[in-house]
Structures are given as structure tokens and as C-alpha cells.
Design a protein around this ligand. Structure first.
Ligand SMILES: Cc1cc2nc3c(=O)[nH]c(=O)nc-3n(C[C@H](O)[C@H](O)[C@H](O)COP(=O)(O)OP(=O)(O)OC[C@H]3O[C@@H](n4cnc5c(N)ncnc54)[C@H](O)[C@@H]3O)c2cc1C
Length: 179
């Protein structure tokens, strides 16, 4: 440090190599190591869906606005008539409020689907179905709407889920007419 900044090291290089390069930097050599082969070894980041990007952008916007600030890693300790007490990592916080919306999320009724014999994928509980007809692995049972995406409820909205009925009806028509 006394000698000033001579080089930059990636935190992803092996410890022994980093130590050697650090010694060389201290001896006045310049070292820059941001090579692409190291980058390529790291697994690709999971891509965010368009909706997740929108939500993330709104959260970031919210973080800049004290009126709609988010309190991460916090729990609701008490809901009063016109206040809410929070336990936050920085200690207790009291917020004034007019209304409280308990937006606790939900998950589809997987047990019901399993009880019908419908198989669900291990990772995201997606019902096993034909993507064209939406008929599940149980002949005659179809899935439609947001449940088609299993736990990824942010993939199917009204705007794309509304076409499922048409797919199912077409298959029923085809099956019933024996074509
Ligand atoms: C706050 C919010 C805002 C949204 N805004 C939009 C928007 O602007 N545009 C858009 O396209 N989409 C929007 N969506 C998404 C949209 O609401 C859903 O994609 C859509 O309602 C899914 O329709 P669905 O019929 O697949 O499921 P749902 O509407 O969830 O219907 C499933 C039904 O099945 C019933 N059910 C569940 N289990 C059982 C059981 N065991 N027995 C009997 N009945 C059962 C449930 O009670 C429910 O009535 C929004 C969703 C939320 C939560």
C-alpha cells in the first residue's frame, strides 16, 4: 500500500497463486489478472424472468423512497390500530399505518394434484403434462392456468394462461371425435 496501487487481483484465483502475485506486487511488479478463462469456469448466473426483472427494479426504486421502504430480515412484532411494530436487524421500528395488507404468498394445492395421480417435477412441482394439449400424465385430466408452471407462479398470468382452455378444448374435440 505504501508503494501505491500496482495491481489488481481477482478474488477467484487460487490462494497460493494470489499469495505469489501479492508478493510480486509488493516487490513493485504490476499484476493484472481478470482473465476470461477464470470467468468461464464460474457457473452462469440464473437468468431472471422479465417479471422478476420488473419486480427487482421496483424494489430498487422502493429502496430509494423512504415512504415505501423495505425492511429485509425483519419480522412483524405487533399490528396496532394505526401502527405496526417491527423487529429489524437494527432494532425495533414503529411505522404509522392506515391499512395493513398481509401479503404472505401462497402455493398451489400440490397434495390435491398428487392425490389425483398427477406427477409433479422434483424441482418446481410442475405437473407432468403434454405442453400442446395440457393433458397430464393421467389420461383425461388436464392442467390449466398458473398451475402449469408449478411453483413458478410468476411465469403464467392472465395474458398467457387464458389460451390454455383453447388448447384443452381442441384436444378434447379431437379425442371425442376420434380423429
Ligand atoms: C396481486 C396480483 C396481481 C396480478 N396482476 C395481474 C395482471 O395485471 N395481469 C395478469 O395477466 N395477471 C395478473 N396476476 C396473475 C393472475 O391473477 C393469475 O395468473 C391468474 O389469476 C391465474 O388464474 P388461474 O385460473 O390459473 O388460477 P387462480 O385464479 O389462482 O384460480 C385457482 C382457483 O382454484 C381454487 N382452488 C385451489 N385449490 C383448490 C382445491 N383443492 N379445490 C378446489 N378449488 C381449488 C382457488 O381457490 C382458485 O379459485 C396477478 C396476480 C396477483 C396475485
Amino acid at each position: 500500500m505504501e508503494a501505491g496501487l500496482h495491481g489488481l487481483l481477482s478474488t477467484r484465483i487460487p490462494v497460493e497463486e494470489a499469495a505469489t502475485m501479492l508478493r510480486q506486487i509488493c516487490q513493485g511488479e504490476r499484476k493484472f489478472r481478470f482473465d476470461t478463462d477464470l470467468q468461464a469456469q464460474t457457473p452462469p448466473e440464473p437468468r431472471l424472468t422479465r417479471r422478476e426483472q420488473q419486480v427487482l427494479a421496483m424494489v430498487v426504486d422502493g429502496l430509494k423512497n423512504r415512504e415505501i421502504a423495505a425492511y429485509f430480515d425483519s419480522t412483524v412484532a405487533e399490528i396496532g390500530a394505526d401502527y405496526v411494530n417491527l423487529e429489524t436487524p437494527e432494532g425495533p421500528v414503529q411505522l404509522k399505518n392506515d391499512f395493513v395488507f398481509a401479503m404472505t404468498g401462497y402455493h398451489p394445492d400440490y397434495d390435491f394434484l398428487r392425490s389425483m395421480g398427477i406427477e409433479l417435477s422434483a424441482e418446481q412441482c410442475r405437473p407432468v403434462c403434454d405442453p400442446l394439449t395440457l393433458e397430464s400424465n393421467v389420461p383425461g385430466i388436464y392442467v390449466a392456468g398458473v398451475i402449469v408452471a408449478g411453483s413458478r407462479t410468476n411465469e403464467i398470468f392472465i395474458e398467457n394462461g387464458r389460451f390454455h382452455g383453447r388448447q384443452i378444448a381442441a384436444h378434447l374435440k379431437q379425442t371425442l371425435s376420434g380423429t
